[in-house]
Design a protein around this ligand. Sequence first.
Ligand code: G6P
Ligand code: MG
Length: 239
Amino acid sequence: MPRPDPCRAVIFDLDGVLTDTAHLHFLAWRALAESLGLPFDEAFNERLKGVDRMGSLALILAQDPSRSWREAEKLTLAARKNAHYQRLLGGLGPGDLLPGAADALAACRAAGLRIALASVSHNAPTVLQRLGITDRFDHVVDARTLHRSKPDPEIFLRAAAALGVPPAECIGVEDAQAGIDAIKAAGMYAIGVGAEGALRGADAWMADLRGFESGLGAHTLPAPTALSAALVARTVASA
Ligand code: G6P
Ligand code: MG
């Protein structure tokens, strides 16, 4: 898929893209799994990235089909993992932005692009606050109001709608396979953060966000004046 032209919005995932909370989720899930005598390693954790809390728990518990869990027990386990995760978040600060993240957000803003956050984490607002970047976003999707987790496109479509930008004019940025699948299902251009080829279906890959701005061709980052002209043309055409 070619880069959107014009590109009017960039929608970022949070965990593993802007900050390394993906590792903190891993630590908290591993502690829970081990306390239940269930196996858990980095490879298994890859399957949980981008998947919401109860969905992740279901995948972990499914490793032992001989045990069944009542709903109340599952909620208790999820709460235990979340309490551990939140303790780990206590050490998070502005210095924990991943390399290139601050510059990427600034470059999008300077280019007149709209910026949204699409994380299914209920802790996302706290993480943004601790990183000191809450005000960099025009919209943060409220994960508590989602009906379906990634790989469903709901969260990216909600972000685009809130920004008032058609999906075809958005770029999504993700580190998880479920996230790339969600971006593509939403009809957007997908940038995968991670090893090239590791994320199936991504339109482009970056090891991290360093150079994000230079990696975007001039045609994808219309100057504010060109952007306005495109908007006027669209408005006139649809009037
Ligand atoms: C992100 C992470 C997942 C995590 C999910 C829910 O998508 O990639 O690993 O399970 O958020 O996070 P929460 O903070 O709501 O438990
Ligand atoms: Mg992620």
